[in-house]
Structure formats: structure tokens, C-alpha cells
Design a protein around this ligand. Structure first.
Ligand code: NAD
Ligand code: DAU
Length: 358
């Protein structure tokens, strides 16, 4: 079986669902169920005996030791993390605890388990660490996209904590020979994306007739990849990646934020027109910028394409349409995640961001 951490979050749940749709190899899914973890995402697997869900922390060594010993996985995929940049600015503590200390404890438990495997299982074992393009910092407008050899220059507590975890993972290969692989992916979007992040926040706010808060001038550039394509890249890395290597994953899809928001509005105008015939664009509101806001990310995905033959299946146009249709068809999922703690976060992050000129 394989062992997934953070598999009740956005990307992890898409990965677990995709894995079990494609093959019969069971999954053990360890997730702490923070505000971002949601068992609703895995509802389709409720009576599926191939999925074993365990609520717990990657930093709980006793629990992880016990799970590894009992289930003997051949692969670990580490998605578990605190993932939202704005939250890391308001409260970095949890980011240090999970992304750095938690990854360290997980690595220690895995090292002990791996060290005791018989030779063939030891050789075949893989630890895949799911990381981000944000570790590379911000790019100038005309600079080449990030390759795997781009220097690390993280700018937020979130990206600094992910960079630290990447370094630990690398060191466990170099020092102990643990067969690790790291993926550094660009911005994902798709089903089960928690509506604190740009695309789902814009969809749910628009449908509720609320302002669409664009930070700063809205000209920051992100490189967007449909979540199903990120999952297929991770599957490919498990199958064919070379231990000790890192792989950048992206869709060659750079877009300024304001263009993303306008696209969401245009699709909603088509698929769920507003009463009164006005466009959702009227809800766009420029607000105070994110402190230390990275201006541009762009991923050069050439290595994973050349070496592992991976390619994204979705274009941005097909992926964003699918995503909006998913949110329109899953209003009850959205309603359930918008609980008290969600409303508190929205007040914390947005009440102080008064409307400003772009
Ligand atoms: P998410 O916030 O939606 O999900 C994180 C999951 O981890 C949640 O289910 C949460 O309950 C769980 N978790 C948190 N702390 C834990 C702990 N200590 N022990 C066990 N479980 C814990 O995040 P996501 O967007 O799905 O991102 C998953 C991974 O991919 C992260 O490592 C993130 O850095 C990376 N990543 C995300 C993106 C993106 O665009 N979302 C892009 C590149 C890389
Ligand atoms: O690049 C990969 C990263 O992408 C992942 O590692 C992170 O886990 C993931 O959260 C994401 O980080 P970003 O900061 O790029 O994503 P977010 O959706 O928070 O913001 C995308 C852009 O939109 C960013 O430039 C900030 C802007 N934004 C965001 C929000 C929430 C707004 O303008 N308004 C908003 O309300």
C-alpha cells in the first residue's frame, strides 16, 4: 500500500481519489484535520475498504511509527502542510510546527522504518515530498521561468517553512541515502479547493454577491495548473522519478491575477447570469496588498516532461470551466466549509484591507 499525509486537503484528496480510481493499491491516509482538512472531500470512499483514514499529526512519532510498522507501505507521499500564505503572515507558528518540525519528525520515523526493510523493499521504497514553486522567490517580469537549479529565496513565512522542509528532505537523501523525491509545483486550482485561496474565493464571493478582493494592482503573475494534472505528475514521479532528484511541475500558464478574476466573472456571467443582467465584474474591488507579495512565479516544467514524459491534460480554459461547473454543482460542499472558523478568518484577513485604487 501507499501512505499519504494530508490526504483530506485540497490536493491530497484529489490525489487519493485519483489513485483509487486508477488502481487497486490501498491507501492509508494520515491527516490532522485542521481547518483545511475535510472528510467530505473523501465521501466517495466511505465504504471503500482500500482507503484507511487516520486522524493524526505527521509530528506524532509514536503514531507514525506504529502505522508504518503495521501497514508496511512502499511509498510515502507527504502533502501535509499549512498552505496559505496570508495565514502564515498573520500567524507563522503553525507553519513552523507542521512544515518544518512535522516534516522532520516524519522523516525520522520513515528513516527508522526504511532502515529495517529487507534489501529489495528498501531499494524500491520512495518518499515523495510535495513542495511549491514559492521556495524560489519572486521573478522579474522578463526573467526565465524557475528551473530545478534556481536558487532558493523564499519570501513569506509559508515559503520559508516549505524551503526548510525541502532542505531537510534533501539532507536525508544525501546523509542517510533515504530514496526521496521532491516536486515543486506552481499554483493549483480545481475541485475541493478551500475558498480562502484566490480562485475558489472569487467563485464563492461572486455567487454570494460579495466584493471580489484583488490585492494591490492585481498584476502579480501566477502559473496555474489543474489539480488533476499535478496528481498525475506525482504518480509519474512515484513510478519513474530518480531518487534524490527534484522535479518542477507546472502548466506553462502564467496569468496576472486580474485576468484570472475577469475569467471567473466571464464564465459565471455565461453559466449563472446575475439577476438584473449586470456582470460579476462589477464586484471587483482593489484592496490593500499582501505584505511582501511576490510579483511573479513561473515554472519551467521541461525536466519532468523530458525525463518522465509527463504532460498536463488540461488547458487553462478547459480546467477553469470544469472548476466553475464543480463549484456550481457542489454548493452544499461550499456551505459546509463556510463554518464559524472560516468566517473568522475572512474577517481577520479582509476587514483591515480597505478598498484602494489599483
Ligand atoms: P491544504 O491546506 O488544502 O491541505 C493540507 C492538508 O494537510 C489538510 O488536510 C490538513 O488537515 C493537513 N495537515 C495540516 N497539518 C497537518 C499535520 N501536522 N499532520 C497531518 N496533516 C496535516 O493544502 P493543499 O493546497 O492541498 O497543499 C498540499 C501540499 O501541496 C502542501 O504541502 C503545499 O505546500 C503543496 N502545494 C500546494 C499548491 C497549491 O496551489 N495549493 C501548489 C504547490 C504545492
Ligand atoms: O505557487 C504555489 C502556491 O500557490 C502554493 O504553494 C500555496 O500553498 C498556494 O496557497 C498558492 O499560493 P498563492 O499565495 O499564490 O495563492 P493564493 O490563492 O493565496 O493567491 C494567488 C494570488 O492571488 C496571489 O498573488 C495573491 C492574490 N490574491 C489572493 C487572495 C486570497 C488576491 O488578489 N486576493 C485574494 O483575496
Amino acid at each position: 500500500m501507499i501512505f499519504v499525509t494530508g490526504g483530506a486537503g485540497f490536493i491530497g484528496s484529489n490525489f487519493v481519489l485519483g489513485w483509487l480510481a486508477e488502481r487497486d493499491e490501498p491507501v492509508i491516509n494520515l491527516d490532522k484535520l485542521t481547518y483545511a482538512g475535510n472528510r467530505d472531500n473523501l465521501a466517495a470512499l466511505e465504504s471503500d475498504s482500500r482507503h484507511l483514514f487516520v486522524q493524526g499529526d505527521i509530528g506524532d512519532t509514536k503514531l507514525v511509527d506504529d502505522l508504518l510498522r503495521r501497514h508496511q507501505p512502499r511509498v510515502i507521499v507527504n502533502f501535509a502542510a499549512e498552505s496559505h500564505v496570508d495565514r502564515s503572515i498573520h500567524g507563522p507558528d503553525a507553519f513552523i510546527q507542521t512544515n518544518i518540525v512535522g516534516t522532520f519528525r516524519l522523516l525520522e520515523a520513515v528513516r527508522a522504518y526504511w532502515g529495517g526493510l529487507p534489501a529489495a523493499a528498501k531499494e524500491a521504497f520512495r518518499f515523495v515530498h510535495v513542495s511549491t514553486d514559492e521556495v524560489y522567490g519572486s521573478l522579474e517580469p522578463q526573467a526565465d521561468a524557475f528551473t530545478e537549479s534556481h536558487p532558493y529565496a523564499p519570501n513569506s513565512p509559508y515559503s520559508a517553512s516549505k524551503a526548510a522542509s525541502d532542505h531537510l528532505v534533501r539532507a536525508y537523501h544525501h546523509t542517510y541515502g533515504l530514496p526521496v523525491l521532491t516536486t515543486n509545483c506552481s499554483n493549483n486550482y480545481g475541485p475541493y479547493h478551500f475558498p480562502e485561496k484566490l480562485i475558489p474565493l472569487m467563485i464563492v464571493n461572486a455567487l454570494a454577491g460579495l466584493p471580489l478582493p484583488v490585492y494591490g494592482d492585481g498584476r502579480q503573475v501566477r502559473d496555474w495548473l489543474y489539480v488533476g494534472d499535478h496528481c498525475s505528475a506525482i504518480r509519474r514521479v512515484i513510478e519513474a522519478g530518480r531518487p534524490g532528484e527534484t522535479y518542477n511541475v507546472g502548466g506553462w500558464n502564467e496569468k496576472p491575477n486580474i485576468e484570472i478574476v475577469q475569467t471567473v466573472c466571464a464564465l459565471l456571467d455565461e453559466l449563472r447570469p446575475r439577476a438584473g443582467g449586470t456582470s460579476y465584474r462589477e464586484l471587483i474591488t482593489y484592496v490593500k496588498d499582501r505584505p511582501g507579495h511576490d510579483r511573479r512565479y513561473a515554472i519551467d516544467a521541461g525536466k519532468i516532461e523530458r525525463e518522465l514524459g509527463w504532460r498536463p491534460a488540461e488547458t487553462f480554459e478547459s480546467g477553469i470551466r470544469k472548476t466553475i461547473l464543480w463549484y456550481l454543482e457542489n454548493a452544499s460542499w461550499v456551505a459546509r466549509v463556510q463554518d464559524g472558523s472560516y468566517r473568522e478568518w475572512i474577517a481577520t484577513n479582509y476587514d483591515a484591507r480597505t478598498a484602494s485604487a489599483p
